[in-house]
Every structure is written in structure tokens, then in C-alpha cells.
Design a protein around this ligand. Structure first.
Ligand SMILES: C[S@@+](CC[C@H](N)C(=O)[O-])C[C@H]1O[C@@H](n2cnc3c(N)ncnc32)[C@H](O)[C@@H]1O
Length: 232
């Protein structure tokens, strides 16, 4: 598996039995089991086409006894027994939050969440913050002209001792001292700036515009490496 994004997901898995939600070709569960990161895995998808491809790849890898497939909307039809890691990657942040919210058993310190939003990362980080989930780590990774962040989170029930402001919603816990971290923060800063400039057109939104522009400035300051701007 060469996909930097999926490799970052694998790096954040810690347990024995992983459920990959929206598995598509099952590349990630195959990698996790082949490399001894997990003993067994569940490859889950809402659509029959991707699941058929997953099944085929699992058979070809000779891992049918270690990786089960489930046709399921999120985790709705997936048995939770023994699951230590839940990975939800390559979807929008709102859908990821919705899938988490429907699986009550995820609210446990025993479950490690690995989440990679393609969009609406602000919604996802706020959902986690408000819901008592702690973001433990984030791995930023650049692929071609895209830069993503993979989040590792866990339910703790704790109220964080920092505000869930726009800088956090867009930049999360990404470390700006690394090249990819700086790239991610600069990209997010640019998004905040564009939104802030748009708001400036309406004099009644001046305060909100300032919030966006200040958050952009905060992320630029955190991008210590200097990075390299990615347009996407
Ligand atoms: C863009 S692919 C991402 C594949 C892989 N996780 C990755 O990150 O490369 C999204 C996959 O999620 C599946 N999917 C979309 N909504 C879903 C849901 N509510 N529950 C489970 N799977 C879903 C799609 O069928 C598709 O296979």
C-alpha cells in the first residue's frame, strides 16, 4: 500500500481488531493484518460494489479467515464485540460525525478512533470537542496537490481546557514544525482568509470576518516550518 493517507491511518491504529468503515477496496484492513498491526479486521461498506471488490482483494491476499466483510450503513449492522480501532477515512466530516453518533459503544476509552475527513473538518473537530472525545494526535500528510490530516481520537468525557475556536476547528492539533504540518496549516489559513474576506463584504458581518481573519493569522504563526502553499 503506497497511499500516504492510508499509511497515516495505519500508523494511528493501536489495537487488535480494527473496523474500517467505508473500506472500498479493503486496502487498509489488508495492510493492517498483513503487517501484524491488527490480528483481525472488519471491512465495512454501505455499497455492494466496493464490498465485492473488498471481498475479492481479501481472498487474493489469503486473509478470508482474518478479515470479515459487512454491508452496513456506518456501523449500524456491524457487531461491536472486540473492536479496538474504528477507522473512518475518505468521507466528509459531517458524515463521519453522524456515523460516530449512531454507534453508542464507541463512547469508550477502549475504542481508538482514526478519522480522516476530506471536507468539514471544522464540523468534525467541534463534534468531537462537544461530545467528550479528545483528539490525541494528528498526522498531516500531503499527496499530490492535496494535504490532509488524520485524527486519532478517544472518548474521555473530559471537558477540554482550551476553547473550540476557529483556529482549533481548522487546524486541530497539527504540529506546524514539520513540513507537512506547515503545509496543512497554511492551506487551512487560506480557507479561513477566503471565508473572512467574503464576510467582509457585508458590514454587519464585520465581527465574524475578524474572527476568521484572526484565526487565519494564528494558523500562519503556527506554521513554523514555513511550508509550501498548496492550492486545492
Ligand atoms: C472515497 S471512498 C474512501 C475509501 C477509503 N476509506 C479511503 O479513505 O481511501 C468512500 C467509501 O465509503 C463508502 N461509504 C459512503 N458512505 C458510507 C456509509 N454511510 N457507511 C459506510 N460506508 C460508506 C463508499 O461506498 C466508499 O466505498
Amino acid at each position: 500500500m503506497k497511499d500516504r493517507r492510508l499509511l497515516a491511518c495505519a500508523e494511528l491504529c493501536v489495537g487488535k481488531r480494527a473496523a474500517d468503515v467505508g473500506t472500498d477496496h479493503a486496502y487498509l484492513p489488508i495492510y493492517l493484518v498483513e503487517n501484524g498491526i491488527c490480528e483481525s479486521a472488519l471491512a465495512c461498506d454501505i455499497n455492494e460494489g466496493p464490498l465485492a471488490s473488498a471481498l475479492d482483494n481479501i481472498k487474493k491476499a489469503g486473509l478470508s479467515d482474518k478479515i470479515e466483510t459487512y454491508l452496513s450503513n456506518g456501523l449500524d449492522s456491524v457487531p461491536s464485540v472486540g473492536i479496538t480501532d474504528v477507522i473512518i477515512a475518505g468521507m466528509g466530516g459531517e458524515l463521519i460525525a453522524d456515523i460516530i453518533s449512531r454507534a453508542e459503544w464507541i463512547k469508550s476509552r477502549r475504542v481508538n478512533l482514526v478519522l480522516q475527513p476530506m471536507t468539514k473538518w471544522d464540523h468534525l473537530r467541534k463534534y468531537l470537542y462537544d461530545g467528550g472525545y479528545t483528539i490525541i494526535n494528528e498526522i498531516p500528510c500531503a499527496e499530490g496537490k492535496f494535504v490532509y490530516s488524520v485524527l486519532q481520537a478517544q472518548y474521555t468525557g473530559d471537558a477540554p481546557d482550551f476553547p473550540c475556536d476557529l483556529a482549533y476547528q481548522y487546524g486541530g492539533r497539527v504540529d506546524g514544525t514539520t513540513k507537512e504540518g506547515a503545509m496543512y496549516l497554511l492551506r487551512q489559513a487560506s480557507r479561513l482568509e477566503n471565508a473572512g474576506k467574503g464576510l467582509l463584504r457585508d458590514p454587519q458581518q464585520a465581527d465574524k470576518a475578524k474572527e476568521f481573519l484572526d484565526a487565519a493569522g494564528a494558523l500562519r504563526e503556527k506554521a513554523i516550518d514555513g511550508g509550501e502553499m498548496i492550492e486545492q
